[in-house]
Design a protein around this ligand. Sequence first.
Ligand code: WT7
Length: 651
Amino acid sequence: MPDIESLLKETRVFKPHKEFTKQANWNKKQVAEYRKLGAKDPARFWAKMAKQNVSWFTPWKTTLQWKPPFAKWFVGGKLNVSYNCLDRHLEAENAWRRNKAAIIWEGEPGDTRVLTYGELHREVCKFANVLKDQGVKKGDRIALYMPMIPELAIAMLACTRIGAPHNVVFGGFSAQALRDRINDAGAKLVVTADGGYRRGSPHALKPAVDEALKGCDGVETVVMVKRTGEPTNFVEGRDLWWHEVMAGASAKCPPAKLDAEHPLFILYTSGTTGKPKGILHTTGGYLTHVTTTAKAIFDLKDSDTFWCTADIGWITGHSYVIYGILANGATSLMYEGTPTHPGPDRFWDIIERWGVTIFYTAPTAIRTFIRLGDEHPKSHDLSSLRLLGTVGEPINPEAWMWYHRVIGGRRCPIVDTWWQTETGGIMITPLPGAVDTKPGSATLPFPGIQAEVWDEEGQTVTPPNGGFLVLKQPWPGMLRGIWGDPKRYQETYWSQYKNTYFAGDGAHRDPQGYFWIMGRIDDVMNISSHRIGTMEVESALVSHPKVAESAVVGRPDEITGTAIVAFVTPLGGIQADKELGEELRNHVTKQIGAIAKPAEIRFTDALPKTRSGKIMRRLLRDIASGKETVGDTSTLEDYSVLAKLKESEEG
Ligand code: WT7
């Protein structure tokens, strides 16, 4: 694995500051103790965490039932996620939190809304009653296609209150992508908004819902938040306005006592085939995992204002904008819009104005800010910050150093957190009061997590060699399956090695055992910290009437990490030109969403294939990144294709 050399040259080490360690939720001694317990008996460690950090109506009988690859955690236990995120902060010795901010929300135009724990509880109960009034029962799936507005948080928590699993679909996805997700999850109600704000103007969402629902027979009701007030289509008998149904709803709704393994949500993520996977998470294990990690890794305190910049449409937003943060009774900041509107300092302005203490973002955003110039963060007082985090892709050491210096003022620890939609919560990470950090390394597994780097035979590789990242033991936040497809679950994650989870990432460890994640090793690209399957983009391209064949690869990009390059063979007689290129780019946007829009389309009359007809992606990757092809080309069927590809027209 080629990146190893460069990474091993990174020798800078940053020790936790004494003052930080002194006040940390988990100090060195505690971490050592938890690591020991977690290594010896992971289930016992997690049981301890579940008791300490989560409130249960009924205690569990069995901590872990492991019938590989199916795990059940806290079997027999009963709880409710909204109760843990809300009610328990209004009771007994926590009752003082009633008027504390749970969510500080800022819209892109600059409008704001602060929901205290008391208010959020009321709104959630009301919307839970609205759902019940619409006939939603425990187990029914609800699709949420919304901008980053407080009603999204309210709707999610309301679903958890009555045990209706939610399926949040990122607002940037197209009607087609929304339709597929609604149908696959079998959702019966959709919550949406007329639109939201992006880059300074209203961005409509409802038209995509109307379009999607032309092919969704199971959906009976749409509840629409009025966010932008733009003229909107309204279907009588199907559509309801949020403000109208909420006006008459009661604010009393007891939390359902749900089994620990009751489905909590489905969230779709890309895989190596064209069809997205509905990742299923359940109640007790997931909540234990995200609440514990938020408390330990983000050192969450009652006095913190925590800002995770991820959209709630991704797992990061589920776990660390909503559940992990609110379950700890902290204040979560939620921002609707783009980082650079109205100016390149919007994020720093938000941090200064609200006094954000913990900031969690993606390396791609950090690289964008580096490019925009230091003057923007420097024109703001960022001294409220005490801890920084990153997630979503490997962070290059220079970006880490910039984050440390310019944003963290050299005083804030940085937690580089490795995890996935499938893992539910953070898995490999520094603990800010206890672990020395190295720029570019996610450091060590969280206590109770057993990660390794293996070769193809399942042997542990030793430094400086790289291999496949695996997880040897089940963990509470792990996915419980792929919705409706147990076979694919087994094949994707559990077939490479026996009883061991295969993450699909390459990694290596240094002599101190630190993990250096090298990125995906399958046909999944990491674009701006979001996973997009090459197959998904290819299917979108070949669904266009002028396309015969396509192959999609990623090439390194300074800002987004990876950029999408599509090699396209048009049907005979079709003119391959800039116009067609633009048409195809828009087609992909329409099929999947703007995140999947190819940065480059290259027309070619043939793709490099092996004699058995497999496309040789390795060659395409080299060509896309402008590299000389050095690898083995002996299996190539037609050598002339290579020369032709290098001259391929850009569309
Ligand atoms: C993939 C998961 C879970 C958060 C957002 C992405 C990559 C994630 C890191 C990190 C290096 C990382 C991996 C992983 N990734 N965090 N700290 N260092 N790589 O969720 O869409 O499920 O993607 O993101 O490749 O497999 P996701």
